[in-house]
Design a binder for this molecule. Structure first.
Ligand code: NAD
Length: 441
């Protein structure tokens, strides 16, 4: 088994990296060659497939796909595909995973894949009595729900519970909302749950004498949680300028602010979502659903706060935990339609949606650690700026062979901005080719 701990990976050529990744998991030569074709050859997402996926297709919109290294999750070496446009995210996750590796890697866990479908009932005269009737008919309603998806039910999933909430005071008066809890197994489940909610609606109207309004799943998937934990030995946090003890303390202090202050918590959680979304996108999952669920969950106490927690154990080691809703699938949606998404799931080596959810939460925790460690030491910009500078240089039109000198000069002068990049690029071109500006190039 190849290890996900690789040093100097970023110095390899793109082709070398793709060929190495294609060998991950020990496939046959043919499968490895096909993987390379999907990653950087002709077999990725093409226009024909894209045209079948959404409406009014006019082209493709690409994103860089990278892999985060060094991850050990529940004792298994994992290679993490990440699709993201922001520099430093993949490097940050890989760096943090290396620190966590020194403490034995991530441990993860998850609940069943239960989603909640909501059925809104309006114009009910006696809401409490209607609630009573619905709960008394629980078995009948669950059975009716199970008839909608024999595939999921046959695989061991299906309707699990029925809850009825009375919302006494809304802008239009009292209403009921029925929650159907449905175990979606390896599907994200939105289509499945929406279908079930629509099927239950007529019977619910009959039972309550009311009128059904909305019939749709809730993205606050608080019965579908994944969690990760990591331990970092304090010595592993030593840097040239900071003792590990100081770094661990700084990380806990940084988290403390996010745990009470929504202004900080929003940015803290954004850092977590940098890692989460990149894997969600790479695997073809619905990142809007994940974002909506994450932020609603972070605000569930009535005050928006941090999704993660950081503390010290009695040996002084740094301990991080993260728990959040994670409604992702490995069947359905785009996961099996988009060739790169399919390959991303294959490379992750996950056999179930729960396993995928757990990997994603571990990556979110790693990303959180990377950001907090930088904030608690040299500040976020130092490590980020060199990578950011590349993007700034490219944005002002630097060609690949010009990027390095523009980046070096911006870093040296300490100003990484488009106006400086433009001026430096013009200067560089004059130096390389003194007559060029006179010819209007
Ligand atoms: P889907 O309907 O394409 O696939 C799910 C189906 O796959 C199941 O109903 C089942 O019949 C079958 N299946 C086969 N093997 C299975 C297994 N092992 N476990 C579970 N099911 C299995 O997809 P979906 O997951 O129901 O819906 C996901 C899509 O819905 C995403 O594209 C999402 O963007 C979209 N969506 C989201 C929202 C929202 O989040 N609010 C709303 C509407 C649609």
């Amino acid at each position: 088994m190849i290890s996900s701990r690789v040093s100097g990976f970023y110095r390899w050529s793109l082709g070398e990296r793709a060929r190495w990744v294609a060998r991950w998991g020990g496939p046959s030569d043919g499968v490895a060659a096909e993987r390379v074709n999907i990653l950087c050859g002709p077999n990725g997402l093409d226009l024909t497939r894209a045209d079948q996926m959404v409406e009014n297709v006019i082209g493709l919109h690409g994103l860089p796909l990278g892999v985060a290294l060094n991850f050990v999750i529940n004792g298994r070496d994992v290679l993490v595909p990440m699709a993201v446009e922001e520099p430093s995210v993949i490097a940050g996750a890989s760096f943090a995973a290396r620190l966590v590796r020194e403490g034995g890697g991530f441990q993860t866990d998850s609940s069943d894949s239960e989603m909640i479908g909501q059925i809104q009932v309006i114009d009910v005269v006696d809401v409490w009595s209607a609630r009573f009737k619905l709960l008394s008919a629980r078995e009948e309603l669950l059975q009716c729900a199970n008839e909608c998806d024999p595939v999921i039910v046959g695989l061991g999933g299906g309707a699990r519970d029925l809850e009825v909430r009375v919302l006494e005071s809304t802008p239009i008066g009292a209403m009921l909302v029925v929650h159907l809890v449905f175990d979606c197994l390896d599907a994200m489940g939105a289509n499945t749950v929406n279908t079930v909610c629509e099927a239950l609606a007529p019977r619910i109207e009959e039972m309550t004498g009311g009128r059904v309004g909305l019939r749709i799943l809730s993205n606050l998937a608080d019965r579908r949680l994944a969690r990760a934990r990591c331990m970092i030995p304090v010595e592993a946090l030593d840097t040239d300028d900071f003792a590990g003890e100081q770094v661990a303390r700084g990380i806990v202090e940084a988290w403390a602010l996010a745990s009470v202050d929504p202004y900080r918590a929003a940015t803290h959680n954004k850092g977590i979502m940098n890692g989460v979304d990149a894997v969600v996108v790479a695997t073809g999952n619905d990142w809007r659903a994940i974002e909506a669920g994450a932020h609603a969950y972070a605000a569930q106490s009535g005050r928006y706060c941090s999704l993660s927690a950081w503390e010290r154990d009695n040996q002084g080691n740094l301990i991080g935990t993260l728990e959040m809703p994670m409604a992702v699938g490995i069947v359905g949606g785009a996961t099996r339609v988009h060739p790169v998404a399919g390959l991303a799931v294959e490379l992750l080596g996950v056999q179930s949606a729960r396993e995928l959810a757990e990997v994603i939460v571990a990556v979110g925790l790693a990303q959180n650690l990377a950001a907090l460690r930088a904030l608690a030491t040299e500040g976020i910009q130092r490590g980020h700026m060199r990578l950011h500078a590349r993007q700034v240089a490219l944005a002002v039109g630097a060609a690949e062979h010009e990027v390095a000198s523009v980046v070096e000069r911006m870093i040296a002068e300490g100003h990484v901005r488009p106006d400086r990049a433009e001026a430096i690029l013009a200067e560089h071109r004059r130096e390389v080719n003194p007559g060029s500006h006179q010819r209007g190039q």
